[in-house]
Design a protein around this ligand. Structure first.
Ligand SMILES: Cc1cc2nc3c(=O)[nH]c(=O)nc-3n(C[C@H](O)[C@H](O)[C@H](O)COP(=O)(O)O)c2cc1C
Length: 296
């Protein structure tokens, strides 16, 4: 008989105290409405689990953009209009003393959409038939980092104590991590852990470094040439060491200019785009520093 004496002792995830060590993992219920909205059926289902006394309840996989939707009845967390119903769910779970987390997912090639996307055009699917995704452009991948981070912010706004990134079961983050499905020639292929790392860093940037993020990682794909335990351990260590680090506040425009053709003048419309890019990320520019100095 295992020693269960500590089962009802609290523990911490980051700074969040979890009242006991019983954790309910995410499990799709397929109870959501057609637009991905949380329903009364969800609230009743999770209320019963919270009343049962689980210390932490991780609400089922919720899609961060339409192209990542896996199944009918899946919760969506891709739009602000979904937040009030998510808030009701988080409140209900917390009413009974449980801590509330929600899992964020993008299905990639496993999404049930007409044209699934993925890191590379490699046919693969846990549940047959295999489909070949369209390879995402670098800009689209950067956009998806933002989708995950915005979804995390919605979760925080709705009152969830933390989020979980779905990094396994062959879904998009797993597809980026795996040598079997990621054959990209850009930075996200040269460094297969970059997608997960950037998501984590951007979530911390938007939600604050003290907002906990759990990553459900694939530790072994059990396929020749796929993720193995040693690689998964390195990814986990890196996410812990580098994931919470904030990006520097003041940067050059190099990142913003990347991708523009070299050697031709930058047009006014492009300058506007660059300016938006910089502002949206909360980056302080030299101009900001000069203005601040003058105001002091
Ligand atoms: C109906 C069902 C739905 C599931 N949905 C999810 C999910 O949304 N996200 C996830 O990461 N795992 C999901 N899982 C996997 C579970 O979280 C869990 O890892 C799995 O049931 C193995 O745990 P067990 O050995 O305690 O059953 C699901 C499992 C089941 C049975």
């Amino acid at each position: 008989m295992p020693d269960l004496s500590r089962l009802f002792e609290p523990f911490y995830i980051g700074r969040v105290e979890v009242p006991n060590r019983i954790v309910m993992p995410p499990m799709d219920t397929c109870y959501a409405g057609p637009r991905g909205e949380v329903t009364e059926q969800h609230v009743a289902y999770y209320e019963a689990r919270a009343r049962g006394g689980a210390g932490l309840i991780v609400v089922e996989a919720s899609y961060v953009e339409e192209r990542g939707r896996i199944t009918f009845g899946e919760i969506g967390i891709h739009h602000d209009e979904l937040v009030p119903a998510l808030a009701k769910l988080a409140d209900t779970i917390k009413l009974y003393g449980s801590r509330a987390a929600i899992q964020l997912i993008h299905g990639g090639v496993q999404a049930n959409v007409p044209e699934p996307v993925g890191p590379s055009a490699v046919a693969r699917r846990m549940i047959p038939p295999a489909k070949t995704p369209r390879e995402l452009t670098t800009e689209e991948v950067e956009g998806l980092v933002e989708c995950f981070a915005r979804a995390a912010l919605r979760a925080k706004t709705a009152g969830f104590d933390m989020v979980e990134l779905h990094g396994t079961h062959g879904y998009l983050i797993n597809q980026f991590l795996s040598p079997l499905t990621n054959r990209r020639a850009d930075k996200y292929g040269a460094d297969r852990g970059l997608f997960a790392l950037e998501i984590l860093q951007r979530v911390k940037e938007l939600c604050g470094t003290s907002f906990p993020v759990i990553v459900r990682l694939c530790a072994d794909e059990f396929i020749e040439g796929g993720i193995d335990l040693e690689y998964a351990k390195r990814v986990a260590k890196r996410l812990v060491e580098e994931g919470g680090r904030r990006r520097p506040e003041v940067r050059t425009l190099e990142d913003a200019l990347r991708g523009l053709p070299r050697g031709r003048p930058v047009e006014a419309s492009e300058l506007t785009l660059i300016s938006h890019w910089v502002r949206e990320r909360g980056i302080r520019t030299v101009g900001d520093l000069i203005r601040e100095a003058k105001e002091r």
